[in-house]
Write a protein that binds this ligand. Structure first.
Ligand code: GUN
Ligand code: ZN
Length: 429
């Protein structure tokens, strides 16, 4: 007999895209969601669901919002301990703070400690799925997948390959990058809820030979995701031009080695040229917006409105620890602020969609996570819309649901996450 739980509250589901037409029309609010084992089996009216399922354990969340857990489409779990490091731009930030920290992940005990710390912190913030870079050490990948598997969490991760412009101890080679990635992929991809992503860090830290090897690996496993960085900072783009003088642009350094494709995830993508935008759209690649990182490292303002209008597949991400927060609420707030700076503020429904359905689409997982609908995996969060005195006093005079939700998006943190469910099990927070 299936274990049934009926969660009552304001259940928020998306029935379409809030970027097409009136944003609120893409959202449906229901009275309850029925969870059976690890899946959502029904969404609808609380009374009838109760009557039809008399055995279900009922949890009443009153006016709280029940929605899909957040999906963070680009993170670096090994950067957990050095988040919020001061005063550097991208390349100096990598050399000063990031690489010394990543050096520690050859130690399985340290990697395991940080993987568990990261998953504790992000669960407390309502994130149930993420797509993570690891380090060059296979141990860092094993540690992350082991920790996620224990929690029955749907995650994507991969060994970050680098064979130049990184310190001794943090470089592999074209061949070992290929071999270790392949072995990890064979070990972990498709096991329980785990997926492997082929992960060249970015063009400056890979030789053409390594990019070619990564492209060959992806050609051998085209169903896998491939994640990397693209066009984050102007200094970085100038460096790429020096390193690859023959390339037409930054994207070309991936394209010519077979690293442009529909299962590709490209982080940041701020300073794209017209050709790059067209090619990414043509292959239906995924673009990942990392707003707290882009302001923190001083990278620039992502063109959400233009890219959405052109039909790109866009997801939202913290980019921990270039990003300055583990919270997707804080990340939505930053996306809103960047929209304002570009003259195109995002609606609350669009922000919530980006952090759930949108990100799940970039991971090609929107058939199983990112929404509250029958058949979806039961990764759910309960949002308290009055989690602090400051938020509560604003929410108290809201005239509709969207006005009530927006203060939590702008000012909320882990205190707004009243409950978290992963694969149908409540997680303590
Ligand atoms: N580009 C290459 N590596 C990184 C990284 O770790 N963080 C960010 N923000 N950009 C990168
Ligand atoms: Zn990144």
């Amino acid at each position: 007999m299936a274990q049934q739980t009926l969660l009552k509250g304001r259940v928020l589901s998306f029935t379409g895209s809030p970027f097409e037409g009136e944003p609120t029309e893409a959202v449906k609010i229901s009275g309850a969601v029925l969870v059976e084992d690890d899946r959502i089996s029904a969404v609808g009216d609380a009374e009838s669901l109760r009557a039809n399922n008399p055995e279900a354990n009922v949890v009443d969340h009153g006016q709280n919002v029940i929605m899909a857990g957040f999906v963070d489409a680009h993170v670096h779990y090994p950067q957990t301990a050095m988040i919020a490091s001061w005063g550097k731009r991208l390349i100096d930030w990598l050399n000063t703070y990031t690489f010394p920290e990543e050096m520690k992940f050859g130690d399985p005990a340290y990697a395991g400690e940080i993987a568990n710390r990261y998953l504790d912190l992000t669960a407390a913030h309502g994130t149930t799925t993420m797509c993570s870079f690891c380090t060059i050490h296979p141990e860092s990948v094993d540690a992350f997948f082991t920790a996620a598997q224990k929690r029955n969490q749907r995650v994507v991760a991969g060994k970050t390959c680098m064979d130049r412009n990184a310190p001794e101890g943090l470089r592999d080679t074209a061949q070992t990058g290929y071999d270790q990635s392949q072995a990890l992929l064979e070990n972990w991809h498709g096991v329980d809820r785990l997926s492997y992503a082929i992960t060249p860090r970015f063009s400056p830290t890979s030789t053409p030979e390594q990019l070619e090897a990564m492209g060959a690996l992806w050609a051998d496993y085209p169903h896998c995701l491939m994640q990397t960085h693209l066009s984050e900072q102007t200094d970085e783009i100038a460096w790429v031009r020096e390193l690859f003088p023959e390339a037409r642009d930054y994207l070309d350094t991936y394209e010519k080695f077979g690293l442009l494709g529909s299962n590709g995830l490209y982080g940041h993508v701020i300073h794209l040229e017209a050709r790059e935008r067209d090619c990414l759209r043509e292959v239906d690649a995924a673009l990942i917006h990392c707003p707290t990182s882009n302001t923190f490292i001083g990278s620039g303002l992502f063109d959400m409105a233009g890219l959405m209008r052109d039909g790109h597949r866009v997801g939202l991400a913290t980019d921990t620890g270039g990003g300055s927060s583990f919270s997707m609420l804080r990340t939505m707030a930053a996306a809103y602020e960047i929209g304002q700076l570009r003259g195109a503020p995002l609606h609350a429904a669009q922000l919530l969609w980006l952090s759930t359905v949108g990100s799940a689409r970039t991971l090609r997982m929107d058939d199983c996570i990112g929404n509250v609908a029958p058949g979806m995996e039961a990764d759910l969060i309960v949002l308290d819309l009055a989690s602090t005195p400051a938020i509560a006093q604003r929410e108290a005079c809201a005239e509709n649901l969207w006005e009530a939700i927006f203060p939590t998006i702008m000012m909320g943190d882990d205190r707004a996450i009243a409950e978290i469910w992963i694969a149908g099990q409540r997680v303590s927070n």
